[in-house]
Design a protein around this ligand. Structure first.
Ligand code: SAH
Ligand code: SF4
Ligand code: F3S
Length: 470
């Protein structure tokens, strides 16, 4: 049987530590700390990976810059989920040829999901000669060694072989700020939804040990973080195949027992594995946000089947009802794809009717993007672009009405929110998040940043709430 916890050996970890140490000695002998620029595309998982890259760079003596021109090392962490995003990133990588020309010693690295696809690695190899280092998500933990090779001048390096991936504990992490933190609990994906590239580029699903997750969460709370988001492509299958017997609801329950004032969130939940027990645990603790992001992807059973999602519309609606039974104030958000191969007008109407039935607080709407190598890419796809665009518009319009109404229902209420930054808007200088992760712009003093405060909601629109601190 395939084990779900495949940990990096101490020996391999030690090798990376020694590489970091050697690079640090090199950078220390420089007149000033060299600069790194890390640019991130894609999901929170990629954000969390970039925090590891920054952690390793920092341990190797690098300081950070936002300027490509100034950087000694550039790392572009890419996403492959949709073609449009890939094209954009290729443009950005292409433009780096100029910074490299002005600064020939600059090291340009491209990593993340996109480069794990063979055709992209080939394109970079052949047509982007200014790119020095390319490594996929499963090679992330080898970054210290790879960077050292770059610094000691051994030509270009591509580390994109197909690996199932490991769990690498004990590498440094450098997070931004100290209010919100990403906390990966697992990596990879085994679900193979037919449209999705993630399982091909992120390796097999594997979970961290519960004690490691709990320890890191404890440290975050001790450091003052107030909002911790547990990350996985499908958190509901956490621990599957491992011998510790801790599943996701149990992990969540144990985390909610950590002392201190903080909120736990998690993303993403796959409906096929969401359980009653999950909703019970969520409802049982004020430390777990009353928010669930539960992507439904499509309303038509025929399309759900073709997507390999393993649930029906009726099952999805039952889950929503069950979740709301335990948490009447639950904030529910979702993802949906428009224009999956073969989607008919009737199929699309099922999506619209699901939207009306559930009334999500917010919805992320995506137009289907063909991903080479996935089963959906081989399916007959003859819906005209204009039809898909028109459906997309209808969907967005309906959701806008629902979001606006949902937000308006908050007006007049006093709610607890976490102030997380400034808006730059004089009238509402503070930005905050409700328990359900809705954006609220607030009046109030800057000193409130990083605290939970009570706010009276005074106004709203389709994107946000407005209010005053009380
Ligand atoms: N693991 C998460 C989703 C990760 S990708 C989950 O299953 O919920 C985030 C979202 O991108 C998906 O929910 C889906 O709506 C969208 N997506 C993924 N592949 C896509 C594709 N080929 N075309 C369009 N949207 C896609
Ligand atoms: Fe992609 Fe499906 Fe895995 Fe989500 S669960 S990452 S949509 S394959
Ligand atoms: Fe993109 Fe990879 Fe995340 S493909 S959405 S960065 S898992």
């Amino acid at each position: 049987m395939q084990k779900s916890t495949v940990e990096l050996s101490q020996e391999q970890l030690e090798r990376q530590r020694r590489a970091m140490e050697r690079v640090r000695r090199m950078t220390e002998s420089m007149p000033a700390a060299p600069l790194a620029f890390v640019d991130t595309y894609g999901c929170q998982q990629n954000e969390a990976d970039s925090e590891k890259i920054r952690g390793m760079l920092s341990a190797m003596g690098y300081a950070f810059t936002q300027s490509e021109a100034e950087a000694d090392v550039i790392v572009i962490n890419t996403c492959a989920v949709r073609e449009h995003a890939e094209q954009r990133v290729l443009g950005i990588i292409g433009a780096l040829v100029h910074t490299k020309r002005a600064k020939p010693d600059q090291i340009i690295a491209v990593c993340g999901c996109m480069v794990q696809q063979e055709h992209i690695a080939d394109t970079l190899r052949r047509s982007y000669r200014h790119v020095d280092l390319v490594f996929g998500p499963q090679a992330l933990w080898r970054f210290p060694e790879l960077l050292e090779k770059m610094l000691t001048g051994r030509g270009r390096l591509f580390e994109t072989s197909d690996e199932p991936g490991v769990i690498a504990e004990g590498l440094p992490v450098r997070r931004e700020g100290n209010i919100k933190a990403w906390l990966p609990i697992m990596a990879g994906c085994n679900n193979f939804c037919s449209y999705c590239i993630v399982p091909y580029v992120r390796g097999r699903e594997r979970s961290r040990r519960p004690e490691n997750v709990i320890e890191e969460a404890r440290e975050l709370v001790a450091e003052g973080y107030k909002d911790i988001t547990l990350l996985g492509q499908n958190v509901n299958s956490y621990g599957r195949g491992a011998d510790h017997g801790v599943d996701f609801p149990e992990l969540l329950r144990r985390l909610s027992e950590i002392d201190g004032k903080f909120l736990l969130r998690f993303t993403t939940s796959h409906p096929k594995d969401a359980s009653e027990r999950l909703f019970q645990v969520m409802a049982s603790s004020p430390k777990i946000a009353r928010h669930i992001h539960l992507p439904f992807q499509a309303g038509s059973d025929r399309i759900l089947k073709a997507m390999n999602r393993n649930y029906t519309k009726a099952h999805y609606l039952e889950l929503v009802e069950m979740a709301r039974h335990y948490m009447p104030d639950l904030v529910l958000t979702s993802d949906v794809i428009v224009g999956f191969p073969g989607e008919t007008e009737e199929d699309f109407e099922e999506t619209m009717s699901l939207l009306r039935a559930v009334r999500f607080d917010a919805l992320f709407t995506f137009m289907y993007s063909k991903r080479e190598g996935t089963p959906a890419a081989r399916m007959q796809d003859d819906t005209p672009r204009e039809v898909i665009h028109e459906r997309f518009e209808r969907l967005v319009k309906l959701q806008d009405i629902i979001s606006t109404e949902k937000h308006a229902a908050f007006v007049g209420k006093t709610i607890e929110v976490l102030v997380d930054g400034e808006t730059g808007d004089e009238r509402y200088p503070l930005s905050a998040r409700t328990n359900g992760n809705r954006l609220i712009r607030l009046t109030g003093p800057k000193s409130a940043i990083g605290s939970f405060v009570f706010a009276r909601v005074t106004d709203s629109n389709k994107w946000s709430l407005f209010g005053e601190m009380v």
